[in-house]
Design a protein around this ligand. Structure first.
Ligand SMILES: CCCCCCCCCCCCC/C=C/[C@@H](O)[C@H](COP(=O)(O)O)NC(=O)CCCCCCCCCCCCCCC
Length: 218
């Protein structure tokens, strides 16, 4: 049993997680929610392995993941197969608070928007990691990516706490090791493969939300 657990742990590689995002896309460029959520789950697992300073971040991510899973497992789960079908279903049925917080604090559209904004952070951070030099500082890459994306949606106290957490990030060599992908050149190559697909998932969602004026759901 212990061995089985060990080998599961050892198998954990960030490549598999990023592959999950790749598997989100359907032939007609819709984004599948199960895979999207599975991608986030893998990222949270990775983040947890970096230390408990990140637990306030992972707690929030886990609760949002759970909301999406509940929608999928609910009575109308089939409507939540893709982000596209979810948006249509929730808008057609008036299930989203569009201008102020009200009856639907856990709408799929609202919850996914939070993860979507975080996906932009991920894209920016991974791009910085990919192009960084050996002595690059992950904390700087992370906070720059954060300031260009999520920070604008967070109040001061969260920005402050995030800044503190970023300082606890391990250096680039350790970070690459924990990713468990192989030597640094291989990590860089893997990121080069994964990033265009993450960008595509991000862009498709961004365009959909923008078409339906959903980018500011409170
Ligand atoms: C590995 C470094 C980890 C750095 C993570 C950077 C993201 C920082 C996000 C800080 C969020 C703080 C927690 C609170 C958030 C909420 O206030 C806020 C708004 O929610 P509300 O409208 O329901 O109130 N929530 C959010 O914006 C959603 C945040 C979701 C964060 C998910 C972060 C997962 C990070 C996964 C890291 C994986 C790194 C892999 C890189 C190789």
């Amino acid at each position: 049993m212990a061995d089985a657990v060990m080998s599961e742990e050892q198998k954990f590689s960030l490549k598999e997680v990023l592959d999950t995002f790749q598997s989100c896309l359907t032939e007609n460029k819709e984004v599948k929610i199960d895979q999207y959520v599975a991608g986030w789950r893998g990222l949270v697992r990775f983040m947890n392995s970096l230390g408990s300073v990140f637990s306030f971040i992972s707690k929030d991510a886990v609760s949002k993941i759970q909301i999406m899973v509940n929608h999928r497992n609910g009575e109308n789960g089939a409507q939540y197969t893709t982000i596209q079908s979810m948006v249509k279903y929730e808008l057609d049925n008036g299930l989203v608070d569009l201008t102020k917080r009200g009856s639907f604090p856990e709408s799929g559209c609202r919850t996914l928007l939070r993860l979507h904004r975080a996906l932009r952070w991920l894209e920016l951070f991974l791009e910085r990691l990919r192009t960084s030099t050996e002595d690059g500082k992950t904390s700087v890459m992370c906070s720059e990516a954060y300031n260009e994306s999520l920070a604008q949606f967070h109040p001061w106290i969260i920005r402050k706490a995030s800044g503190v957490a970023f300082c606890a990030l391990p250096g680039r060599p350790t970070f690459f090791e924990v990713m468990n992908v192989g030597p640094p050149e291989q990590v860089v190559a893997m990121l080069g493969d994964a990033l265009p697909l993450i960008s595509e998932v991000y862009q498709l969602t961004q365009d959909l939300y923008s078409q339906h004026n959903l980018l500011d759901i409170p």
